[in-house]
Write a protein that binds this ligand. Structure first.
Ligand code: M6R
Length: 606
């Protein structure tokens, strides 16, 4: 989604703004632009498409300046185009903006009446004109306070001013914004990742705050312009696995990294010597928790759905799972003995953050399971459980999904053990299985060559279905989501038992159907469901685990067998062929796998 960079320095900033925009590319965007100040003028270069094209345009224009702002845009108001790309400038200011200004139509009409002319269809341009208008009557700081009060919605802003050759204003409401500190220069960024190449000293703005950044000074203010102090955090310089290495796409690298992801996470949470799960700084008494509410979006939501099965099987807790965008607007009856768990790779998903904020305001117990530990969701939760995956760049979430499931599983077992529900013997057994999971994941990754052959059928399909029962049902949803987002194929994930209640009508001759049927409690039932789709012409790809027992079914198109582990951990292994299936189907169709159309890595607008 949209990304912001700003630099004020003694040296030319253009190349470094471009470099930071490249870092933000992983978020997903459709246009890009830069504005700098030089010789008392605002200079803008913008384009539709990639930062690479912006770079070419800049080399033709010789854009220069010791202060500048840059942006990658993911269209909300107005189609992706050069005109709608940010920055948006008036005669006197230039603005980059993440988020949505909900009252932009009204503000635009008022400004048009005053004679301001709009070039774009964006909501952002109103900010440029509004600032310009207030500056006619007031000083810079009062202008910012007044403008921010006029704007409805959520946003992060970066603003430069024609007559201020060394000053960037940053402001935050709802969308994340970070300030970076350098030697004789300072920075603004929509996340610390954008600034990592320049600094590891970061401060974060909270909602309602704004900042004034000069090359030798940074000042923070609350919404009434009262000066506030901020902590400077030292972030880890560890930028591991940010390049693709020998891989064509980040996604395939990230899928292959999953054994390491699991190993790192297991090492962080399991004390191998004492054979126990450690969750340090758990801030509540375990007896004060009698239910959990799991909240996330997309793939993170699917991880929550699987966790519901685990919590129900291994603990006595009531479990509710909710999509964050629904949770935040429902009339929730908050319960003091509930633990609210927010799952998010980026830690910046707007809906998940809003759901957390509501729980915080209602003084609930909040825990987040995140990959980015410096994220807004992590910073605002009482307990943070990192998934230790390293950066995930591909828009499709893969290794983070396994990491999310793993931490949820560990938390579930830990609660079960502390509440004395799981026996010591079973607990030790589970830990043994967890210690073998990384290796089994590695072996399962070898399904590669078989899947490559099958993906032609999927790539040419009008649509397909993923069926599962029990633990495999959320994995069916995840498999369908991956195929949709990467290969743009209409795919449905369904609980196999629901087929007769409608979706069976979709099955026609040659339709690919992926059946997830590990040899668990549901095995016999799902084999019957499989038979029902085969007899209606479906081409079934069966995904199961290795077994001595033959599969009691005829006319299965293809079978893929994953390694064996305890039933409740099989979701980790059966996910892998589905990730590969989506990857190779998208590859077959020649799509941009790391940046699927219309999607963003970090969904910072609702
Ligand atoms: O960063 P988050 O985990 O909060 O992101 C949530 C979803 O946007 C994300 O999982 C999305 O569904 C993925 N692109 C799916 O692969």
């Amino acid at each position: 989604m949209c990304g912001i960079v700003g630099i004020t320095s003694n040296n030319d900033v253009t190349a470094r703004i471009l470099g930071s925009l490249k870092k933000l590319e992983y978020r997903g965007y459709d246009s890009a632009g830069i504005a700098t100040l030089s010789d008392g003028n605002i200079n803008e270069v913008k384009c539709e498409g990639r930062v690479e094209s912006l770079e070419k345009n800049i080399s033709r224009t010789n854009l220069q300046g010791t202060i500048g702002i840059g942006h990658v845009r993911w269209a909300t108001h107005g189609k992706p185009s050069t005109l709608n790309a940010h920055p948006h400038s008036s005669e006197v200011v230039s603005v980059v903006h993440n988020g949505i200004i909900e009252n932009s139509t009204i503000l635009k009409k008022l400004l048009e009446k005053k004679g301001y002319r709009f070039k774009s269809q964006t909501d952002t341009e109103v900010i440029a004109h509004l600032v310009t208008d207030y500056l006619k009557k007031d000083n810079l700081k009062n202008t910012i306070v007044k403008v921010l009060k006029k704007l409805h919605g959520s946003f992060a802003l970066g603003i430069i001013f024609k007559d201020q050759p060394d000053l960037i204003v940053g402001a935050r409401r709802g969308s994340p914004l970070a300030v970076g500190y350098g030697p004789d220069e300072n920075y603004l960024g929509s996340d610390s990742y954008a600034l990592k190449a320049m600094t590891n000293k970061i401060s974060y703005l909270n909602d309602g705050e704004f900042c004034i950044i000069k090359k030798d000074l940074v000042e923070f203010f609350d919404s009434n312009a009262k000066k506030i102090n901020k902590k400077i955090l030292n972030l880890s310089k560890n930028d591991q696995s940010i390049d693709k290495g020998d891989y064509k796409y980040f996604m395939s690298k990230e899928v292959d990294e999953q054994p390491i992801t699991i190993k790192n996470c297991v090492n962080e949470y399991i004390d191998k010597f004492n054979k126990q799960i450690n969750i340090y700084n758990f801030p509540w008494k375990i007896r004060d928790i009698s239910s959990v509410v799991l909240i996330g979006c997309g793939t993170a939501y699917h991880a929550c759905l699987i966790a519901k099965y685990w919590f129900e099987e291994h603990t006595s807790l009531d479990v509710t799972v909710d999509v964050a965008s629904e949770f935040r607007y429902r009339k929730i009856k908050f319960k003091k003995d509930s633990l609210y768990i927010f799952v998010s790779q980026s830690g910046e998903t707007a809906d998940t953050y809003a759901a957390l904020d509501i729980c915080k305001k209602n003084k609930m117990k909040t825990c987040s399971i995140v990959n980015v530990v410096e994220s807004s969701i992590a910073r605002d939760s009482q307990l943070v459980l990192p998934i230790h995956c390293g950066p995930e760049i591909g828009v499709a979430s893969t290794k983070a999904f396994l990491g999310q499931m793993l931490v949820l599983y560990l938390l579930c077992l830990k609660i079960s053990f502390d509440k004395k529900i799981i026996s010591k013997k079973k607990y030790s057994e589970k830990i043994k299985y967890l210690l073998s999971l990384s290796n089994l994941t590695k072996k399962t990754l070898k399904v590669d060559s078989k899947i490559q052959k099958l993906c032609k059928v999927f790539a040419n399909a009008k649509g397909c279905m993923f069926l599962g029962r029990g633990y495999s049902f959320p994995i069916a949803l995840e498999g369908a989501l991956k195929l949709k987002e990467l290969a743009y194929i209409h795919a449905e994930g369904y609980p196999a038992g629901e087929m007769k209640h409608g979706p069976l009508a979709l099955i026609e001759e040659g339709m690919p159907v992926v059946v997830l049927a590990p040899r668990d409690d549901h095995y016999k039932k799902i084999v019957s469901n499989m038979q029902e789709v085969i007899s209606r012409g479906a081409k079934v790809l069966l995904i199961t685990n290795k077994s001595k027992n033959e599969i009691q079914s005829e006319n299965i198109w293809e079978t893929i067998e994953v390694e064996n582990i305890s039933e409740d951990l099989l979701p980790f292994l059966i996910t892998i062929p589905l990730q590969k299936l989506a990857y190779y189907s998208a590859l077959e169709k020649g799509y941009d796998i790391d940046k699927p159309r219309n999607l963003a890595k970090s969904v910072t607008v609702e």
